[in-house]
Design a protein around this ligand. Structure first.
Ligand SMILES: Nc1ncnc2c1ncn2[C@@H]1O[C@H](COP(=O)(O)OP(=O)(O)OP(=O)(O)O)[C@@H](O)[C@H]1O
Ligand SMILES: [Mg+2]
Length: 513
């Protein structure tokens, strides 16, 4: 290629020289026609096709081209052995070095037996792009050169391969992010600032999640199948997403489970705070700006909005009610307090409306402590495909926690702990807290004894609470019994009075007769 290029370079120099003399001698119109024909001749002689990919697109935002970034990554993995001058970029908090080819380097690639040349260069813009934020900075570009006869396969197949590989490398090497939505009123129309993010580094994994091993395996299989089912979803005409509902008491591992899912699938997390979203339109905007390979989370969905009753038909308001200034004021105040006009139907559309198909490979996860409070439409299968109950600590759960926190697989105290867990409701969070050594002197046995003590206390507490509950219930029953008796007495008195009246009337009538 270099040899070919040198010959062509000399040829081009001669052409340029002749062109310079030509420009001095002939008028503009003639020059234009001549240029057209010269281009035709050159393209006839030159057996190569060149495609250029610039780092920045010339538009108002001057965004970095995604194609350029993908090519850069692709060439970084495919060129580092061949290019002699490389640039090093450090990613993932200085943990990983990514190499890419330096400027004015050339590397070759091979695809289905076809040779492709890639060169990297940079150029300084001759004129500043109007409204561009990037100003006069030099911009880099990659140039692909291939033989003209391979043009179709290169443009239709090879480039797709390069871009797909580049994207896959990006997913592997990227720092995963935890996003949260900014308040609607703080959004700017000039910048994309609907979501803010930090690097996502949660240590929870499926190894550290304590739950019934059978259930855990089922979830893992479900996630694995989902992540590999792109073609299946396409075949059945469904957008590639899946809904999970995690429900259970506080401290049973719902949030930890979401982090473990994200770590397992290597997805980003979008933690959506519904009360910061003004209305359904803003909710849709947020959805559009989420990326693929992500988990959209709405925690404590039962507390987020009043989603329980909004689907029920609203009572027809009378004209007087609508005009009542006091009622209007109360409604306005309530609206302000709620701070969000997102409705249940807006949320349902968010989950599986037409717009929800704008991304792919996405999980939507809701968590709640009170599953029974939710509108059945929100959690029906198809929207929330998998319901996972995270419950109180059982023996199996405890064994995982003991292994995680104490490195202990078995112990003589395990049996009594297992029995006590069957008798008492204790969350994995509480069990974990008791298992955690509080000082260097606390060994595994002391921690297990601490747990036994806590379980005994919890059992005693539950016993006292049950007695108290029973007492309150008996009192309430007594009160309602008394109320019933009073009611019956009143009714009886009413009937007696009625009878007495009727008898009086009869006597009067008989007297008259
Ligand atoms: N099943 C579990 N496996 C491992 N650790 C757990 C589990 N459940 C709770 N924990 C521990 O308890 C802490 C609290 O758990 P987590 O925040 O996941 O509970 P949650 O169900 O989301 O609670 P909430 O309903 O209050 O949000 C976690 O930091 C974790 O260490
Ligand atoms: Mg939580």
């Amino acid at each position: 290629m270099i040899g070919d290029m040198t010959q062509l370079g000399s040829l081009m120099a001669v052409v340029m020289f002749i062109w310079a003399i030509f420009r001095q001698l002939f008028p503009d119109e003639f020059q234009r026609d001549a240029r057209k024909y010269a281009n035709k001749v050159v393209s006839y002689i030159y057996p190569y096709v060149e495609i250029t990919f610039h780092e920045y697109q010339v538009d108002i935002w001057s965004e970095r081209s995604k194609a350029f970034a993908s090519i850069e990554r692709y060439l970084a993995t495919h060129s580092s052995n061949k290019a002699t001058r490389l640039k090093a970029n450090v990613v993932k908090d200085c943990e990983t070095v990514v190499l890419s080819m330096d400027e004015h380097e050339e590397v070759t690639d091979e695809f289905n037996g076809i040779k492709i040349w890639w060169t990297s260069s940079k150029k300084i813009p001759q004129q500043r792009a109007l409204f561009s934020y990037r100003g006069d900075e030099e911009t880099r570009y990659y140039k692909l050169t291939c033989r003209r006869k391979h043009r179709d396969i290169i443009t239709n197949v090879y480039l797709k391969h390069v871009l797909d590989e580049g994207k896959a490398i990006a997913v592997k090497t990227r720092q995963r992010k935890l996003y949260t939505n900014n308040k609607s009123e703080n959004w700017s129309s000039f910048r994309k600032n609907t979501w803010s993010h930090i690097v996502f580094e949660h240590p929870s994994t499926f190894d550290t999640i304590a739950m019934d091993p059978k259930k855990k395996k089922e979830i893992l299989n479900d996630l694995m199948t989902f992540s590999k089912s792109k073609d299946y979803y396409k075949k059945v005409g469904k957008s590639w997403k899946r809904g999970y509902l995690l429900h259970g008491p506080p401290g049973t591992g719902k949030s930890s489970m979401i982090a473990a899912m994200a770590n397992f699938l290597e997805y980003d997390i979008y933690d959506l705070e519904l009360t910061s979203v003004k209305d359904n339109t803003d909710l849709r905007k947020l959805l559009i700006e989420t990326s693929s390979k992500s988990i959209i989370v709405i925690e404590d969905i039962d507390c987020s909005l009043d989603l329980t009753g909004q689907r029920k038909e609203k009572k027809e308001e009378s004209k007087e009610d609508k005009d009542d200034p006091v009622k209007k004021k109360v409604e306005e105040e309530e609206g302000k307090k709620k701070g969000s006009e997102v409705t249940l139907s807006g949320l349902l559309n968010f989950i599986d409306g037409l717009w929800s198909a704008c991304g792919s490979e996405r999980l939507i996860v809701f968590t709640t402590n009170y599953v029974e409070k939710l509108d059945p439409a929100l959690i029906r299968r198809g929207r929330m495909d998998k319901h996972i109950e995270m419950s109180y600590c059982c023996y199996e759960t405890f064994k995982v926690l003991a292994m995680n926190y104490l490195d202990v697989e078995s112990h003589e105290l395990f049996e009594s702990i297992g029995r006590m867990l069957g008798e008492t409701k204790m969350t994995p969070a509480d069990v974990a807290e008791n298992l955690m050594p509080k000082s260097d002197e606390e060994n595994a046995e002391i921690c297990l004894k601490n747990l036994i003590k806590a379980l005994e206390e919890a059992k005693e507490e539950a016993r006292l609470k049950a007695i108290e509950d029973a007492r309150i219930k008996a009192e309430e029953e007594e009160v309602s019994k008394k109320k019933e008796e009073v009611k019956n007495d009143e009714k009886k008195q009413e009937i007696d009075e009625k009878l007495a009246n009727e008898q009086g009337n009869d006597a009067k009538e008989n007297g008259v007769n």
